[in-house]
Design a protein around this ligand. Structure first.
Ligand code: BES
Ligand code: ZN
Ligand code: ZN
Length: 495
């Protein structure tokens, strides 16, 4: 999708469609929409008056061959109440326009922004909305339609002196394309994306982006004594991999913090010996979503060049039952030396993260963020609305939540009180990999990981219910969402 700035008067731009938005109960059309209304001889005002155009959020009104405009169609998108409007709404409006027009075979359009949303932040959000909406999960369909929005022109943005819109557009593009890169990985079925294949995809990305990469194979993993990861991986014929991706800034400051991005990449989670029921098990191909998230974030950061070094550590394995699989009651020794009683082999994410988090600290990470499709319990707590965000110290988590808010990703702070620590005490080892069974499953999962982060500032993002959506939205296809990448990128850039 080509994206460029448009300088021509709105009414004379040629395209398949001109897209703009109208607020709830906006009876006095002014600014850019007023201009279009005048060119059309008051037709938009008439639509408002008739009640067909109400401006309620994401309502769509399509006008064919609008008289007075050079564009072949006018698409008006509802923007909701003006006092509630935020930059994140631009993402949704732009995305909704892409999906609506693309499904009707259109190839080019002009997106006209309005007063108040004309700066670089608005341009970046618009571009993100456009590109994220363009993603389709149709890679394995032989009958895919290959519809394509070839070109979008951005109109109405502030092109005044000193405003760097081009940089904002490029920023939006790299973040959104990295989100789509992760979504493509998350979509892959487990026979097309084993741990080894994920490592190969990470390597190709790193080479293209100019990042350092090292892939630890099963021998190296054994040498490092990553017993918790090995315990999960031993049930599968597919060997595990630990993928280490490095970004080094051009002029590293001595003593600067080192950000560690740790990802859970279970390329398929059967549950192991504590096997999952058959219903919906096919979805466990997306249990590598945390790892894909971190690879997507690294891809974007390579281009956006934060000032701090960043190391991603992704633990990749299958979780399978089998003759060699670990069994409930087994005790594993993690790389850190802590002993773990495996109560439930389906609580495998925290096991592999235990070693990945510890290894990230050994590599010199002073600050950590992990992302994982860790628990079904987070869906009970937050549905598919918010990412569950855990972390210590609280100020570190709060700073991250500021980034999430700035980029329009919904995340909710979850409790990390000491009581949850009690729930993962084991009778025979240091800790056990499940809670007491009396609720709080997302928090006990988080506490387990914290046992390995110890005092290193650490954030844990449970994306089990937000990394994938079963129902599409007007601005987003169903399937993988690429959630958390925008927040992580924003946070790293502000570090
Ligand atoms: N991968 C699952 C969590 C999950 C569930 C992800 C639904 C996406 C959608 C994880 O490994 C798991 O099975 N967790 C268990 C933990 C329990 C056994 C303590 C769970 O949440 O049921
Ligand atoms: Zn599991
Ligand atoms: Zn899992």
């Amino acid at each position: 999708m080509q994206i460029q700035l448009e300088y021509q008067p709105y009414a004379s731009v040629q395209a398949d469609a001109l897209v703009t938005y109208v607020f709830d109960k906006e009876d006095k059309l002014d600014g850019a929409v007023g201009e279009i209304d005048r060119a059309m001889g008051g037709k938009i005002a008439a639509l408002v008056k008739s009640g067909e155009l109400t401006g309620k959020s994401l309502e769509l009104v399509l006008v064919h061959f609008p008289e007075g405009l050079a564009a072949r169609r006018l698409l008006l998108v509802g923007a909701g109440k003006p006092e509630k409007f935020a930059v994140s709404d631009l993402r949704k409006i732009a995305g909704t326009a892409v999906r609506y027009l693309k499904s009707r075979g259109m190839k080019t359009f002009v997106f006209l922004t309005r007063d108040g949303e004309r700066g670089p932040t608005a341009a970046q959000a618009t571009v993100e909305g456009l590109i994220v909406a363009d993603f389709e999960s149709d890679k394995y369909r032989t009958d895919r339609k290959n519809r394509e929005i070839q070109s979008v022109s951005l109109a109405g943005f502030d092109t005044g002196l000193g405003v760097n819109l081009t940089a904002a557009i490029e920023h939006g593009r790299v973040v959104a394309e990295s989100q789509n890169f992760a979504r493509d990985l998350i979509n892959e079925p487990s026979n097309k994306l084993t741990p080894r294949m994920l490592a190969a995809r990470a390597e190709a990305m790193a080479n293209e982006a100019g990042l350092g990469i090292e892939i630890l194979d099963e021998r190296k993993i054994a040498e490092l004594k990553m017993g918790a990861l090995i315990g999960v991986a031993q049930g599968s014929v597919e060997p595990p991999r630990v993928i280490v991706v490095r970004y080094t800034p051009a002029n590293p400051r001595p003593g600067a913090p080192v950000l560690g991005l740790v990802g859970k990449a279970v390329t398929f989670d059967t549950g192991g010996i504590s096997i999952k029921p058959a219903a919906n098990m096919e979805k466990m191909k997306y249990d590598m979503g945390g790892g894909a998230t971190m690879l997507g974030a690294m891809r974007a950061l390579a281009a956006l060049k934060p000032s701090v070094p960043i190391i991603a550590v992704i633990a990749a394995t299958e979780n399978m039952p089998g003759g060699r699989a670990q069994k409930p009651g087994d005790v594993q020794v993690a790389m850190s030396g802590k002993t773990i009683e495996v109560i439930n082999t389906d609580a495998e994410g925290r096991l592999i993260l235990a070693d990945a988090v510890f290894y990230a600290r050994q590599l010199g990470c002073t600050h950590l963020i992990d992302a994982a499709t860790l628990t079904g319990a987070i869906e009970v707590a937050l549905a598919n609305v918010h990412v569950g965000a855990f972390g210590t110290p609280r100020e570190y988590l709060d700073r991250f939540l500021e980034s999430a808010k700035a980029v329009g990703e919904k995340m909710w702070p979850m409790p990390m009180d000491d009581e949850y620590e009690e729930m993962i005490k084991s009778n025979i080892a240091d800790i056990r990999n499940t809670g007491s069974g009396k609720g709080g499953g997302a928090s006990t999962g988080a506490w387990f990981i914290k046992e390995f982060a110890e005092d290193t500032p650490w954030i844990h993002l449970d994306i089990a219910s937000t990394c994938w959506v079963d129902e599409g939205r007007p601005w987003l296809a169903k399937g993988p969402t690429g959630v958390a990448i925008r927040s992580i990128v924003d946070f790293a850039l502000k570090m």
